[in-house]
Design a protein around this ligand. Structure first.
Ligand SMILES: Nc1ncnc2c1ncn2[C@@H]1O[C@H](COP(=O)(O)OP(=O)(O)OP(=O)(O)O)[C@@H](O)[C@H]1O
Ligand SMILES: [Mg+2]
Length: 339
């Protein structure tokens, strides 16, 4: 993998459209590279942008571009299946569990991938892709990944979790363990004499070791991902020329600093100059003040400006038009990859 381009910013500013347009243009400029466009927003919409049903499968969009709108539940299930099974096993070895069917049932119904927070599930998927484990059975080695991220808060979670993977998994397990303890406390009056350490010490030790090994693997993976994002990740923040989304990208810059390098800012949907529409020109002049402020604020970065197009940029052709509006006609792939 050579580059991971991440697009972020406030809702509705054009993150998905610019992600898709960038993917289309790069796939044309770099026919020998394999490119993947991923949506990390739960409200996926790259299907709409390409007028194709994409969903949870790698879907070819051009000869060298694929898209996916992952269902984080599926990946969380795969990712945690083994760990969850072992943890359950360990808990079930507590003698009390054997004696109180409700606790066994509680373990079975509560400690599942379903109860993992969505942000963690998304992060698990993000890591799975980045860790080159391949998607589904059709393992394609991608050279460039373009990730359409959710608005800032959820974006941070995607970066944060690989780093604190172990903490999150342990916290999750611990919460669960505590809820079992809570359940046990309810019964403890009745069963006080029955509660003793695990029956089969050796078996428990083995399981404990395996679980520990899995947690170490998780930690190593988290470190690999964090290192990878530091090395080849490139954040681009998308804004429109208005105060709220400008404020949001300033916040996003500060919050993401420790995870990924911010390399560019897109100022999208600027109202074009009009001969007939004074109202439009008034809007434009207000927007241009913000454009100046944004350029000043992010003066060390590449700024790409794009006007509001007459037609919604949809379908490969529409996205190609948007890409040219954003990047111009003289741009090289290198300038897009390393602004
Ligand atoms: N330069 C542009 N000119 C005209 N329309 C645009 C432009 N950029 C984006 N749009 C349109 O604006 C709308 C919002 O764009 P998009 O869905 O890409 O934003 P988003 O930031 O991904 O939103 P969300 O936060 O909801 O995911 C879409 O209808 C899109 O077609
Ligand atoms: Mg979007």
């Amino acid at each position: 993998m050579e580059k991971i381009i991440v697009l972020g910013g406030k809702g509705g500013v054009g993150k998905s459209s610019i992600s898709a347009a960038t993917a289309v243009l790069l796939s044309e400029l770099l026919p020998d590279k394999k490119i993947l466009l991923i949506s990390f927003d739960i409200a996926h919409n790259i299907s709409d942008l390409f007028k194709l049903q994409i969903g949870n499968e790698l879907t070819p969009l051009t000869d060298n571009l694929w898209g996916i709108e992952p269902d984080p539940n599926i990946y969380a299930e795969e990712y945690t299946r083994e760990l969850v099974a072992k943890m359950k096993n360990l808990m079930k070895q507590m003698p009390i569990v054997g004696r109180i069917p409700q606790i066994k049932e509680f373990i079975d119904t509560t400690f599942t991938a379903d109860s993992i927070p969505l942000a963690l599930k998304n992060a698990m998927f993000f890591q799975k892709i980045l860790d080159a484990e391949g998607l589904n059975a059709q393992s394609i080695q991608f050279d460039i990944i373009i990730a359409d991220f959710p608005p800032t808060g959820n974006m941070i979670a995607l970066f944060e979790i690989p780093e604190d993977q172990v903490k999150v998994v342990l916290k999750y397990s611990l919460n669960f363990y505590n809820s079992i303890k809570g359940a046990m406390r309810k019964f403890s009056k009745v069963f006080r004499n029955l509660i003793k350490p695990f029956d089969d010490y050796e078996k428990r030790r083995e399981l404990g070791k395996e679980i520990f090994g899995m947690i170490v693997d998780l930690e190593e993976r988290g470190e690999r991902i964090t290192e990878l994002i530091h090395r080849i990740g490139s954040l681009r923040l998308v804004t429109i020329a208005e105060k709220p989304s400008f404020e949001e990208i300033k916040r996003a810059r500060d919050l993401t600093k420790r995870y990924i390098e911010l390399e560019a800012v897109h100022i999208n949907m600027i109202t074009p100059e009009s001969k007939k529409c004074d109202f439009c020109n008034n809007i434009r002049s207000v927007q241009l003040k913000y454009v100046n402020d944004i350029i000043k604020e992010f003066n060390n970065l590449k700024i790409w400006k794009s006007n509001k197009l007459k037609e919604e940029p949809i379908g490969i052709d529409g996205l190609r038009i948007l890409a040219r509006e954003v990047y111009g006609y003289d741009i090289s792939a290198g300038d897009i990859l390393n602004p």
